[in-house]
Design a protein around this ligand. Structure first.
Ligand SMILES: O=P(O)(O)OC[C@H]1O[C@H](OP(=O)(O)OP(=O)(O)O)[C@H](O)[C@@H]1O
Length: 277
């Protein structure tokens, strides 16, 4: 049985859906009424795009309601794990936000928690019973659209381990390693290095988990262009794109999934998770 808390997000097709009504009380608290016409002995998988504390609140009350209906086995699929980038404390006074979210979810005592393309190994390390769904099939779909004659570009050390696994899955597509540096005091991006000089005319696909403002990818695209690379493409599992797509107009194509939100009529090609999981 599936309980899709976000009506626009139904990644698992052909499964019986649990009906419910959800709304927000006038004081701002999320609420749910689940229709009791299903067998509580069956496993229930909740799917939810958990992008805010309100979403988390709805998840908490949903799990409570299911437990009170005697549902014993609950799985959760959250495609984008909130605060996954806040996986270390850089300066005293900051929270370890990823642990805050993980602790709350762990307290729900779920059977399994599925996360799509976790930012780092910290998320699954903190989450009990977690499974990370890799980005391999997403990137394969991207190559189906742009062709396989590209080099895979890894923007930084954090992305490196994952990109070699993607390359292996794709039968050995060549990887170009890059690194980015930040100003120690401000944390602002200060430079990029591309460890391959043989990019003349080569089409390049930058692969990463998240595009937020896009500074990482614009900076890297400039470096790739300096090396006379051909067409530039960007594929990110989780598209936040908080500065819009205009800033990313150096790219010949941008690809993402609907893990964070839907992008209707915007300058990005969305490969929906329905086709990937
Ligand atoms: O679109 P932008 O605003 O440039 O952000 C995108 C970058 O941010 C994240 O990495 P982050 O820099 O947090 O990686 P780290 O954990 O390796 O520091 C993500 O993996 C991208 O590389």
């Amino acid at each position: 049985m599936i309980l899709n808390l976000d009506p626009k997000f139904a990644p698992f097709q052909n499964q019986e859906e649990i009906k419910f009504q959800s709304f927000t009380f006038s004081g701002g608290e999320p609420h749910i009424k689940i229709a009791p016409d299903f067998d509580p002995n069956e496993k229930v998988t909740i799917t939810h795009r958990l992008n805010s504390f309100n979403d988390l609140g709805l998840l908490c009350v949903t799990v409570d309601a299911l437990r009170r209906m005697d549902v014993k086995i609950i799985d959760l699929f959250i495609p984008y794990f909130p605060a996954a980038r806040q996986d270390r404390v850089m300066i005293p006074g900051e929270p370890l936000s990823v642990k805050v979210y993980a602790d709350i979810i762990n307290a729900m005592q779920l059977n399994k928690v599925f996360v799509f393309d976790a930012h780092s190994e910290v998320t699954p390390a903190l989450l009990n019973n977690s499974t990370v769904i890799p980005n391999y099939t997403f990137i394969k779909e991207v190559l189906n659209k742009i062709g396989e004659n590209v080099k895979l570009i890894s923007p930084d050390g954090g992305a490196l381990k994952k990109i070699y696994k993607v390359s292996e899955f794709l039968g050995g597509v060549e990887v170009v390693e890059c690194s980015k540096s930040r100003d120690v005091k401000t944390g602002k991006l200060s430079g990029f290095k591309v460890y391959n000089d043989d990019l003349q005319g080569m089409d390049c696909l930058i692969v990463d988990d998240i595009c937020d403002g896009g500074g990482t990818f614009v900076g890297l695209a400039e470096e790739l262009k300096k090396k006379n690379a051909g067409k530039l493409y960007l594929a990110v599992s989780h598209g936040i794109f908080n500065k819009g797509f205009e800033v990313l107009n150096c790219f010949d194509g941008i690809f993402t999934t609907n893990s964070f939100k839907d992008f209707e009529g915007e300058s990005v090609q969305v490969i929906r998770l329905e086709n990937l999981v």
